[in-house]
Design a protein around this ligand. Structure first.
Ligand SMILES: [Zn+2]
Ligand SMILES: [Zn+2]
Length: 269
């Protein structure tokens, strides 16, 4: 079975027809079920989570409207799941928990896109990369992933090494950093990491996470979700053959399916 648990409606609107175009591509790709995971910072109800000028400018949508659209599609019988992608910030756990509990999410993705006020994966902030120490950036990033994991708020951690998005990496070995991070993740029962093909469409041109990270995750018994992070319908399920191959090579034979926050393993492929 193939699932795609990370996609965004932000380039269209919260309309039935736009959402169904994502499902149409999924069907063509042999994907059994899709999950929408709109960015939390877009919703006025959650404005306090990502509290910076960039996010504030984009905080214009009604979470109620998004949730209702997906619930309506479910009621019509479409195999869709209600998810959300939440930016993790230490100290914001209480606010995040309140939002999550208010809506019937099937799963919540936890993401790190910000180191303080620096949106490291946003092209308009890319110049900042030249001013930073790469080893420090990487250790800061993976520390936040660890904290996101142990917060217990999330079902899966999106694009776990998105810090490499523009192709910057320290010269030091990352093995210990990966190992430490995965130990924290493995300590949270049922918490998944996401295997995402989105990195192939970014300057780095590589899958998230690295094969080494995935092998270590498997050794620690960490389950996975599978995703394209599509922002347009045509990207749903993109490069899945490559993702399945990488998963198989790391020893994974199953992926995780979520309903109402409960995960189950389903055979991959
Ligand atoms: Zn993301
Ligand atoms: Zn996303």
């Amino acid at each position: 079975m193939l699932l795609d648990y990370h996609m965004h409606l932000e380039n269209g609107d919260f309309f039935r027809d736009w959402a169904l175009r994502f499902w149409e591509t999924a069907q063509k790709q042999g994907i059994a079920e899709i999950g929408f995971s709109e960015h939390v910072y877009r919703f006025t109800e959650a404005a306090q989570i990502v509290d910076n000028p960039w996010a504030r400018e984009r905080c214009t949508e009604d979470l109620e409207e998004y949730v209702q659209l997906i619930l309506d599609l479910k009621a019509e019988g479409f195999p869709v799941k209600l998810g959300i992608e939440v930016d993790y910030f230490p100290g914001k756990e209480g606010i995040i928990e309140k939002i999550i509990k208010n809506y019937p999410f099937d799963y919540v993705l936890g993401s790190v896109h910000w180191l303080g006020d620096w949106g490291f994966d946003i092209p308009e902030f890319a110049a900042e990369w030249e001013r930073r120490d790469l080893w420090q950036v990487y250790t800061q990033y993976f520390k936040l992933i660890e904290q996101a994991a142990t917060s217990g708020l999330f079902h899966s951690l999106s694009h776990p090494d998105v810090i490499k998005v523009f192709g910057h990496a320290p010269t030091e070995s990352l093995t210990d950093l990966y190992g430490q991070t995965l130990e924290a993740i493995a300590g949270v029962k049922g918490l998944c990491i996401e295997v995402s093909t989105a990195g192939l469409r970014k300057p780095v041109g590589r899958m998230y996470p690295e094969p080494e990270f995935l092998r270590l995750a498997k050794a620690q018994g960490v389950p996975v979700t599978l995703a394209s992070d599509a922002h347009y319908p045509e990207d749903v399920g993109k490069d899945y053959q490559q993702a399945v191959l990488m998963l198989n090579e790391a020893g994974y034979q199953s992926i995780t399916r979520f309903s109402g926050g409960q995960g189950e393993q389903v055979p991959l492929g």
